[in-house]
Design a protein around this ligand. Structure first.
Ligand SMILES: [Zn+2]
Length: 173
């Protein structure tokens, strides 16, 4: 008999009581449900933020990923939100952790959601950082930080970042 591993992105067992979940109609669609706890388990996109730091000459700050997934590839500074943070606080924390810069004002410029191999789906909020201070350094999870002029910009590895970059480029041509 062959073993079929459970879908790692799908809830198969109740995280509270350990019972096997059964797909059940929640009134709108079928979702994993625990009969004992009388609770549905929804699989929603994971929220994250990213930052657009623009130098006076128009160059944009990018970070080179120092960890998997996509180690060695370029992306915008940013990352996953933590419980207890609001999105702006999350963007501010990630910017400092990865680049050493303390952002001034964070202005929301767009949002994008895409399927993700790791979490199922991801929702990213893009912030324009207006004013910043500090010394640029490659921080946690990052091997290099650099400002790039439009003509030299490397390809961004994440589709959600490319979506938001389009919004940014339309706002600041
Ligand atoms: Zn349960």
């Amino acid at each position: 008999m062959s073993y079929t591993p459970p879908d790692p992105l799908q809830y198969n067992f109740c995280p509270s009581c350990g019972d096997r979940l059964v797909v059940h109609d929640d009134g709108e669609r079928h979702q994993p449900h625990c009969r004992r706890c009388r609770r549905f388990f929804y699989h929603n996109p994971v929220p994250a933020t990213c930052c657009f730091v623009r130098r006076d000459d128009g160059a944009l700050l990018l970070v080179r990923r120092g960890v998997e997934p996509c180690k060695g590839e370029w992306s915008l500074p940013g990352g996953f939100m933590e419980v207890g943070e609001n999105p702006e606080e999350s963007a501010r924390r990630e910017l400092f952790e990865e680049t050493g810069l303390r952002g001034g004002r964070f202005r929301l410029i767009g949002a994008s959601a895409r399927p993700s191999a790791i979490s199922g789906a991801i929702l990213v909020l893009g912030y324009l950082v207006e004013g910043w201070e500090g010394e640029l350094r490659a921080g946690s999870d990052v091997s290099e930080v650099r400002f790039y002029a439009l003509a030299d910009r490397p390809n961004l590895v994440f589709t959600v970042h490319r979506d938001l970059l389009e919004t940014y480029d339309a706002l600041f041509p």
